[in-house]
Design a protein around this ligand. Structure first.
Ligand code: SAH
Length: 483
């Protein structure tokens, strides 16, 4: 049967797609329906037809799924942030576990028996709300020309006005309302992507979970340092928010989707935020975090994640550990508490400065941080590692990075990933070059969304490796697919 745009269909939702949409089938023809929950029977309107599948819009839930829950946020359907709010948290965890399992089998080429043997139950959150310590709010106008801030609607850059996101810190609302009132009173313009005009682009808020500190950064469309109109009034109002320690301005004059620019100026307080993470509920590590540095967004889960990485690294005290993509040195310092020597590699210079400062402030003298691309540094600086921890961005590791990792002949590699598809691709390469998959552990860093963090442990396999060392070729390179 051939479907056309605007046809109404009744379908049972049998699965969840990688972006959270419900998947139903009619005689083998797949229909993706956003906002439909696995187990629902829904009426859906076909919006776009392709040869073997179609996208549809949810019109009516005929029989709700037993996994359907009442969403807490009234914007959940429009907002692109939470794709899974109507799915029970237990089922969200099951979905994430399956997503990782499927990617490892389909993309990584691992046998399903092996995955079922090495995969541990996912670590979820006790209270899966208000967990984010960082939020970036785009600034724009409503239809009446009033400044607004909130979140982008799914797959667009249309802003949905909402100062009260249930994933973020409860203090964010008050901060955003102060900034919007200030903009309105002083005719401060909002940035317009289409014309490249207007001043305020984004408002970035960071919170220290344990420290209670708050940092606000205004990302503005300006090449040069500027004094905002009635800046003192804005700063005075914000500085009264409990915990406020830092108010900054970041200059981003580029016509780009990248949120932050290069230059940061402190308007009030300090130029960074502090927070604490606990090693096994015992030792406290304090971290200084600059506006441009990466820091995991879910601090309660981050402690669980890092403690698992430490456990899997299985350090005895003599080891040389390399922490690749080290950010501000968080994982590095968890390891340094036990390892002989830890080397970190990170491309953002400010983050490397933070990492060195953090090592010093926490009393470590067995760490060294290199600033630059992992693929360049590792090749030149690392001959031999006992353990490698690797925590790349979503696109995973470049071929040169994986090749250098193999050359360093570590006993174990702990791969921490926020994208199980690129994780699977990279693990396949490592496991074709002398390593074996030993453990897979998911940690839910991002409840209500489709994203999930995975820790994988691979160890040297018993097969003799010497003959293969010089032949290491990344699968993407073989296929000419390298980015
Ligand atoms: N392990 C850290 C950071 C992980 S996020 C933590 O848990 O906090 C990934 C980090 O990799 C970011 O800090 C990013 O700036 C850095 N990065 C991205 N590409 C890189 C590259 N090619 N070489 C080195 N660092 C890179």
């Amino acid at each position: 049967m051939r479907y056309n745009k605007n046809d109404l269909v009744t379908i049972t939702i049998e699965d969840i797609g990688h972006d959270g949409a419900g998947i139903g089938k009619i005689e083998g023809f797949i229909i993706f329906t956003k906002d439909a929950v696995i187990g629902d029977i829904v009426r859906a309107r076909i919006m776009k037809v392709k040869s073997s599948f179609a996208y549809a819009k949810l019109e009516e839930v005929v029989t709700p799924s037993s996994f359907r829950v009442i969403p807490l946020c009234s914007f959940h359907r429009q907002c692109g942030g939470c794709q899974l709010q109507t799915l029970s948290y237990e089922k969200q965890l099951e979905y994430k576990q399956n997503k990782i399992r499927n990617n490892l089998i389909r993309i990584g080429g691992f046998a399903s028996d092996l995955i079922d043997n090495v995969m541990q139950p996912i670590v979820g959150m006790e209270e899966p709300w208000f967990y984010r310590n960082k939020a970036q709010y785009p600034v724009g106008y409503d239809k009446l020309g009033k400044p607004i801030t909130g979140f982008y609607a799914g797959r667009t850059h249309d802003i949905i006005a909402n100062t009260d996101c249930l994933l973020g810190d409860k203090r964010n609302k008050e901060i955003l309302e102060i900034v919007l009132a200030y903009m309105k009173a002083n005719q401060i313009t909002a940035y317009d992507e289409k014309t490249g005009t207007g001043l305020f682009r984004h408002i970035l808020i960071r919170n220290g979970f344990y420290s209670g500190e708050v940092m606000v950064s205004f990302i503005v469309n300006s090449k040069h340092k500027i004094e905002l109109k009635k800046q003192h009034e804005l700063v005075e109002a914000l500085s009264k928010i409990p915990g406020m320690t830092s108010i900054c301005i970041n200059l981003n004059p580029e016509r780009t989707n990248v949120i932050m620019g290069n230059e940061v100026h402190v308007l009030w307080g300090q130029g960074f935020i502090n927070d604490t993470l606990h090693v096994n509920n015992e030792r406290k590590l304090n971290f200084q975090i600059s506006p441009k540095s990466f820091y995991q967004v879910n601090p309660r889960q981050t402690e669980k994640l890092y403690n698992l990485v430490l456990e899997y690294a299985d350090l005895k005290g003599f080891e040389t550990v390399w922490d690749l993509y080290s950010g501000i040195g968080t994982i590095s310092l968890f390891m340094a508490a036990v390892a002989g020597k830890v080397y970190g590699v990170e491309v953002i210079k400010e983050a490397v400065d933070d990492a060195r400062m953090n090592a010093h402030n926490n009393g470590f003298d067995n760490t060294e941080f290199y600033s630059g691309n992992v693929e360049d540094i590792l090749t030149v600086k690392c001959d031999k590692a006992d353990v490698i921890i690797v925590d790349p961005p979503r696109k995973g590791c470049e071929a040169r990075c994986l090749e250098a990792m193999i050359k360093a002949k570590p006993d174990r590699i702990i791969y921490v990933s926020c994208d199980s598809a690129t994780l699977a691709r990279d693990l396949q390469f490592l496991c074709n070059n002398g390593y074996e998959l030993k453990r897979v552990q998911a940690v839910d860093q991002f409840p209500q969304t489709v994203h999930v963090e995975t820790i994988c442990v691979i160890a040297k396999s018993n097969v003799s490796q010497a003959s293969r060392d010089d032949e290491a070729i990344h699968p993407a390179k073989q296929k000419g697919l390298e980015e």
